[in-house]
Write a protein of this length. Sequence first.
Length: 249
Amino acid sequence: AAIPEALLESELFGYEKGAFTGAAKTTPGKIEVAHGGMLFLDEVGDLPHPLQAKLLRFLQERVIERIGGRSEIPVDVRVVCATHRDLPDLIQAGEFREDLYYRINETTIKVPPLRERQGDNLLLARAFLERFAGQFKRPVKGFSPQAIEAIESYAWPGNVRELENRVKRAVIMSDGTQVSLEDLELPEQGEQVEYEPFNLREVREKAESQAIVRALARTNNNVSKTAELLGVTRPTLYNLMKKYAINSD
């Protein structure tokens, strides 16, 4: 469920004592608390219009007013925004302010989806497993071979959030020391449309590159184990990694 607009405003901008029912004491918001540092605003495309206007004023003037307050409070903070939505499309639909878009769009970093980042899904899955196993005190130590294959081949349309949530649920529900394919509860995938080269050299190079990245992920970037897994010598593997600009760090 979406966070109520009033609650979101109080979280971002803070409030004065007595500003509303339950405001027992003056409380600074996230923007004010981040003074001198960095503030990360996730899913900025989902902000309601009134909050978009208030955020724009802060970004332009670098001052805020707490709810119920009249004093302008200067705040020096670097703001980083993220969204999974297409902001220009939202502007055309009248759902996002164009002036705010140009204010936050000084430097843009586009993060490719998981399906385009060979090897990252397994590395992330292992990190999530370790975190949630510790958090929920579960005896899970790793993934079954079938689960690993599924993690590597699944398209992850929900990207990192989907991967994180499925691993979290799997760790909680798993009965043993390994997360099984069944624990992940992955849906069956339809046909995936993606460019496939017809040139034999391109086909071979794409397959080699993907195999190296996946093998490195399986061995936690251990070059010796990766070479053994791929059935090549270490010098050969190093040459291939250099050829395809693959880093083992």
